[in-house]
Design a protein around this ligand. Sequence first.
Ligand code: SF4
Length: 512
Amino acid sequence: MPQSADQIKDHVSLFKEPEYQEMFARKREQFECPHPPERVAEVEQWMKSWDYREKNLSREALTVNPAKACQPLGAVFCAAGFEGMLSFIHGSQGCTAYFRSHLSRHFKEPSSAVSSNMTEDAAVFGGLNNMLDGLQNAHQLYKPKAIAVGTTCMAEVIGDDLQAFIAKAKQQGSVPEDFDVPYAHTPSFIGSHVTGYDNMLEGILKHYWEGATREPGETLNIIPGFDGFCVGNIRELKRMMGLMGVEATIMCDPSDVYDMPSDGTFTMYSGGTPIEAVKGGVNAKATISLQEYCSKKSLTLAESSGQEVAAFNYPLGVAATDEFLMKVSAFTGKPIPAQLELERGRLIDAMTDSMAYVHGKTFTVFGDPDFCIGVTRFLLELGAEPVHILSSNGSKAWAKKMKAIVTASPYGKRAQVWPGNDLWHLRSFLHTEPTDLMIGSSYGKYLERDCGVPLIRLSFPIFDRHHHHRFPIFGYQGGLQMLVRILDKVFDGLDAQTNIAGENDMSFDLTR
Ligand code: SF4
């Protein structure tokens, strides 16, 4: 045997052992019925052609590797941002395991969520009993302050009515009558995790705001939106608001629960927006969203309660951060402090120092709609040229906005905006019109290998690199962090191209 209890091998070396190599060869011959290698190579080449790209773009009834997740994942993320709130997913156990593992793999932290575990009988007769038992178990076992209920496809297809089920559960004593159970229907066959975030946030705000008498105040609510970098970004946001002396409630703050210290004990709930602050949020002067496409319904709710509202698109870099801070200043009357002006100047200095290495470089950007807008704006500020901007969960309205941004810049003339396309489309784009670099999630690593376009991991999910989410990419500091990540990739590429001694290493420079 290639390994034993005394000598455990990682799969990287284990699968190179002769036993495994022989097994793989046998499997290929006996079960895979492979075509001759020449035919495989021929088809492989064709799949990189414009001809294949046209065929790929004409497919209608099939999505391959979309850069998005389903609604309930966004709902679980949203509920994690509130004090003592437990996610309860009404539907399949397997879906809930996927949401937990997806979030855990990205944040490298436990991600708690329970499921009503619907199976075949519930699919036929409805999931009421699962809800009654599940709420009771969750309440007694995990002692949450509130339970936020979302749904999977299964519950939505059979049409379970959450409002009626929760009322029944309270009537029957599964949870006390006055226990908080906000909810949102999160059907996965519409929208994406971004929609699920918005639906759940709207559900939570409705639960705590409806029926309250609004007493207009001077505070702000800030909705950060679904964000794989929430740990670093929300801390940066709080720091900036602190420097301005602005009293703001972060509506959904999972920065602590996704960044727990190791102290020998497991804590299920940590941090989160305090429930009293959520209740008080109805009195805010204004609600600002940092991600327009994550908060359409929530902002409509805030507006209907009498608040002013404003939405941004993942503000990072110079102009987008300026706009955000000026809006905060306009709402609160607080000036932008000298410290933030200093940080702005330092970012511009860093961008100028490194301009020669980024200016004119071509980029592919893929991810959520707001992320794509924020990153593209920053690239244009750097004089970089976005060529493919793809958002699987981007709408036609998003594409129109994106096109207006790129056409307003001399560096955006070559940009092509791809709403609703997937990463298999992106493969065709990169084979036919490659770019120097690509910004996106870990799922881009297959494109990097296949198309030879270096990937900078800056969105959700990042599974194969650790801890980047602890550093901000919002604001001026975020722009700096993003600039460094881009430059490191550029310099690593330059070094790799110039490292053959005596051949090309006259450019293997110590100083870049
Ligand atoms: S798309 Fe539907 S079936 Fe798939 S994980 Fe999401 S809720 Fe579950």
